[in-house]
Design a protein around this ligand. Structure first.
Ligand code: F3S
Length: 280
């Protein structure tokens, strides 16, 4: 069997940086909290839990903390979370991905300059929630063709369109095209991260050349779900797994070529394990 692992499989730069930040902070000996799980990966989150790192799930839990270090994960958070941490005198370590910070700055500035903000993305995703919090929660979030078709603002309105970093590039272009035809003054800032684009393009190519495709990543990881969608379109036998234990190796014996890719928050050791098991 021919096994090909995508070069871009696994941790992106922003996630690696955030995870490394937590492991470094543990060494300082202070109590460490992350605002939300540091990545969508149960194995890493459980390992950190064993090392004493606690996950804060919401503002109420944050309000109950009296000392320690709060780490903001790569998805970023809204401005009010920074304010609460500072006002409480807690140590803040910001591991927001620089690409997400750029979006925060852009939407804040464009809102101040009178543009309505449109975020192409998934409304419930923490990154999108964070971005909304940098433009007074005034942004409209658009994820589907129907939502783009239904979107209307007053005539002469000026818009600024940004994207969730992990959004599918082709879908982003399609949605922007629909909104562009409505005659508004539009500033489009393509904030899709290259890491995602490269991973998606490579996954599409690999899936189109493979008999079967394995996509590895956490159940709740939106970028892994998107990778799966892309691969499934190209290759009917695409399997979404979290770890090696989800894989039915017997099934794979009938395939001649298998491609492997993984979401941005999948640790390297899990990817390697799957690759080695397929090679046996
Ligand atoms: Fe950052 Fe891109 Fe990763 S935005 S967190 S490097 S997917």
């Amino acid at each position: 069997m021919d096994i090909k692992l995508a070069n871009s499989a696994g941790f992106c730069f922003g996630v690696k940086r955030a995870v490394d930040t937590v492991y470094n902070e543990i060494k300082n000996g202070q109590k460490v909290y992350t605002y939300g799980p540091i990545i969508h990966n149960d194995e890493v989150v459980n390992d950190l839990k064993e090392k004493g790192v606690e996950v804060i799930r919401n503002i109420e839990e944050l309000n109950n903390i009296t000392e320690g270090t709060i780490i903001i994960r790569s998805h970023g958070v809204s401005k009010d979370i920074y304010d609460i941490i500072k006002n409480k005198g807690l140590k803040l370590v910001d591991a927001t991905c620089p690409y997400v910070l750029k979006i925060h700055k852009a939407v804040k500035r464009q809102l101040e300059e009178g543009r309505e903000i449109v975020i192409i993305g998934n409304e419930s995703h923490p990154e999108v929630q964070g971005i909304k919090g940098w433009c007074n929660n005034k942004a409209t979030v658009i994820e589907t063709i129907n939502e783009a078709n239904d979107y209307h603002v007053s005539e002469g309105a000026k818009l600024c369109i940004v994207s969730q970093t992990t959004f599918n590039y082709k879908k982003f272009k399609d949605l922007v095209e629909i909104i562009s035809k409505k005659g508004y003054d539009i500033l489009v800032i393509n904030t899709i991260c290259n890491a995602t684009e490269e991973r998606q393009t490579e996954a599409r190519e690999l899936a189109s050349q493979s008999d079967a495709m394995i996509v590895i990543g956490g159940k709740h990881s939106s970028n892994t779900q998107k990778l799966y969608e892309i691969c499934k379109k190209e290759c009917e036998d695409t399997y979404y797994i979290q770890t090696l234990s989800d894989l039915d190796l017997e099934l794979f014996k009938s395939f001649r070529s298998v491609g492997i890719t993984a979401g941005a928050s999948t640790p390297n050791n899990i990817i390697k394990e799957v690759q080695i098991a397929c090679q046996k």
